[in-house]
Ligand binder design. Sequence first.
Ligand SMILES: Cc1cc2nc3c(=O)[nH]c(=O)nc-3n(C[C@H](O)[C@H](O)[C@H](O)COP(=O)(O)O)c2cc1C
Length: 214
Amino acid sequence: MKWRCAVCGYIHHGENPPEICPVCGVDSSYFEKIDTQPQETSEKVPMEILTPEEAVKKAVRSLSYGLFIITANHEEKDNGQTANTCFQITSDPVQVAIGINKNNYTHELISKSGKFGVSILDQNGGDLARNFGYRSGREVNKFEGIKAHRGILGVLVLDEALANLEAKVVNSMDTGTHTLFLGTVASGEVLGNGKPMTYDYFRSKNDLKKRKTP
Ligand SMILES: Cc1cc2nc3c(=O)[nH]c(=O)nc-3n(C[C@H](O)[C@H](O)[C@H](O)COP(=O)(O)O)c2cc1C
């Protein structure tokens, strides 16, 4: 069986998807099964027949998301990672939640400092998502060559974002592979008026880019 990472396009061969994508580090829920069975008929099949597990995976992939760079600072250390799991929970006070993999360097810095930044990408932010998404700040300085400034909590946020937020962690929940951090927003700024990047838009452009690469 073949499985394709919906984030970076990595192909895995095996009965089940890998627990962690070896290229971009996302977990098995990001993998989709590639149908390698030849079609027996040229007629259009209106709906796939799915097992209950496949139906759950496919239904979950229909959820829509934005795309963000979650940034963190602890003492003199700065880092950022791409994330699609960021959403507003309440408006009074303004609270946002983020889902961060426990293996990520960003997770370590947020856990230690109790604060994080959110740079909300616009549709030109594909290179930023790739820069912050496919490698770890434990190995490289992802801010090299990236224009950024510090907010009032001391977290670096991106100059080329649509908008930025900084939040103080007020609660967190262990969800297994990830921690769900709940933050109260301490500052916000709007830097652009483009369209927000969606996860779906990023994936479609990322796939096109890969197909054009020889
Ligand atoms: C489009 C995209 C969306 C991602 N969404 C998330 C996410 O919501 N949560 C998460 O923990 N990792 C997510 N990742 C994976 C991290 O960005 C990636 O593992 C990163 O290298 C972690 O970096 P760090 O170790 O420097 O923190 C995503 C990656 C991409 C490319």
